[in-house]
Design a protein around this ligand. Structure first.
Ligand code: ADP
Ligand code: ASP
Ligand code: MG
Length: 412
């Protein structure tokens, strides 16, 4: 029998009733597959655990934070197994350590290095359904690590790759990948097929329906990855493909919003070699990743401004790093703003359509929405805007490119 990996997110296992629903989907698939079921923590459990940690300590030790956060998934795997047993099927729960998931020696954002599948495979060969804890592993010393928020998707794809699974189905609370978050844009349209490349870019800039690292892994290992609805399991959902349509692309496939953003600028740093290196090395030492890095041009004045974005949770730490740099580099000061959001359009055909950025910026301007920063890649245009304009912006861009209908495909 082929191996199938099914992953159920937090909303899919939020309550006892939903856990029973998951058990019935799983047992149907178990008739024809060796089955690995990856589950997230129930509902908002991970947020609740984080809140508890913050109440005890404002800067929790990351090793202990991982030990705490991993308990969420431990609850749901045991309950899902109990519900499967009730339906008369053999099943066993395995934590990250029991699954043999070895990660780097990093806490809260660890990457998977290796999966030792012997134990897992011996259960599968005996016809036992394995219910695996998402989001967690252990470092080489045997300490619990976690993979970063949303990381259960990555566990599922990594297990699918390690086992040579025929497919990996990510079950969630919507019917697949849409042209925009269907909870923000009511006219969002379901995308039946999307390329790994476009999905990766969408996931990186806010479409949280898939974790970017899961998409990366699926592309690398050529895993058939599908996004499906736990509450409508017969629906085919969205399939990720190498190339959706050879040389015939929609110029814009989707629009995303990322509200977990903050903007920083260090003002009037010396315009000399090595300065940017110093600033970003200092940020890297604190494991803060910067995005949308822009260096402004001050003609002939020997100074420059450097601005960038970080995740909102990193703002305080990033500000501290920059404040120190102001003294060391003789800069003018630091500006920061946490009330910003990033709105992005994604499309494999963007490069062939120079009118698209013009149309996007003009529409935002006409709506009185100021663009604070712009960055582009081959298949993406992102704008930083004020957070209060975020919902209006995503809806107006979705309308602008008629994403509800799907514009006529544009060939070469
Ligand atoms: P899970 O708990 O199953 O992992 P997530 O909350 O992580 O679920 O992801 C599902 C959510 O992703 C949806 O409820 C939806 O609000 C959001 N989302 C954002 N962008 C998109 C998109 N383009 N298509 C589908 N869902 C999206
Ligand atoms: N429970 C973790 C989180 O909430 C992992 C996941 O759900 O994918 O981020
Ligand atoms: Mg998720």
């Amino acid at each position: 029998m082929p191996v199938l990996v099914q992953k159920f997110g937090g909303t899919s296992v939020k309550s006892v009733g939903r856990i029973k629903n998951v058990a019935s989907i799983v047992t149907r698939a178990a008739e024809h597959n060796k089955l690995v079921v990856v589950v997230s923590a129930m509902g908002d459990t991970t947020n609740y655990l984080l809140k508890l940690a913050r109440q005890v300590s404002r800067s929790s030790n990351k090793r202990e934070l991982d030990a705490l956060l991993a308990t969420g998934e431990q609850i749901s795997i045991a309950l899902v197994v109990m519900a499967i047993h009730e339906l008369g099927f053999p099943a066993v729960s395995l934590t990250g350590q029991q699954l043999g998931i070895i990660t780097e020696n990093v806490h809260t954002t660890a990457r998977i290095v290796e999966i030792k599948t012997e134990r897992l495979e011996s259960y599968l060969n005996k016809g036992v359904i394995v219910v695996a804890a998402g989001f967690q592993g252990t470092n080489p010393e045997g300490d619990i690590t976690t993979l970063g928020r949303g990381g259960s998707d990555t566990t599922a794809v990594a297990l699918a790759a390690a086992l040579g699974a025929q497919a990996c189905d990510i079950y969630t609370d919507v019917s697949g990948v849409y042209t925009a978050d269907p909870n923000l844009v009511s006219s969002a349209r379901l995308i039946n097929e999307i390329s790994y490349e476009e999905m990766l870019e969408m996931a990186r800039v806010g479409a949280k329906v898939l974790h970017p690292r899961a998409v990366e892994l699926a592309r690398k290992h050529k895993i058939l990855l599908r996004v499906r609805n736990t509450f409508d399991p017969q629906h085919p959902g969205t399939v990720l493909k190498e190339v959706a349509n050879m040389e015939v692309y929609l110029p814009v496939s989707g629009v995303t919003l990322d509200r977990d953003q903050a903007r920083l600028a260090i003002l009037k740093v010396p315009h000399t070699p090595g300065v940017a290196g110093e600033i970003f090395n200092a940020l890297d030492e604190h494991r803060i990743s910067a995005d949308m890095i822009i260096q402004a041009f001050h003609q002939g004045r020997g100074v420059t401004d450097i601005s960038f974005t970080v995740k909102r949770g990193d703002l305080e730490a990033a500000r501290k790093v920059l404040d120190e740099q102001v003294g060391q580099l003789g800069a003018d000061g630091v500006l920061s703003d946490e009330n910003v959001a990033k709105v992005s359009i994604i499309g494999a055909g963007l490069m062939d359509h120079p009118d698209i950025p013009a149309r996007m910026f003009t529409a935002l301007g006409r709506a009185g929405i100021n663009i604070e920063m712009i960055s582009t890649s081959d298949i993406r245009i992102s704008c930083i805007i004020s957070d209060r304009d975020a919902n209006r912006a995503i809806n107006l861009i979705h309308d602008l490119f008629h994403l509800d209908e799907g514009e006529a495909p544009q060939g070469e």
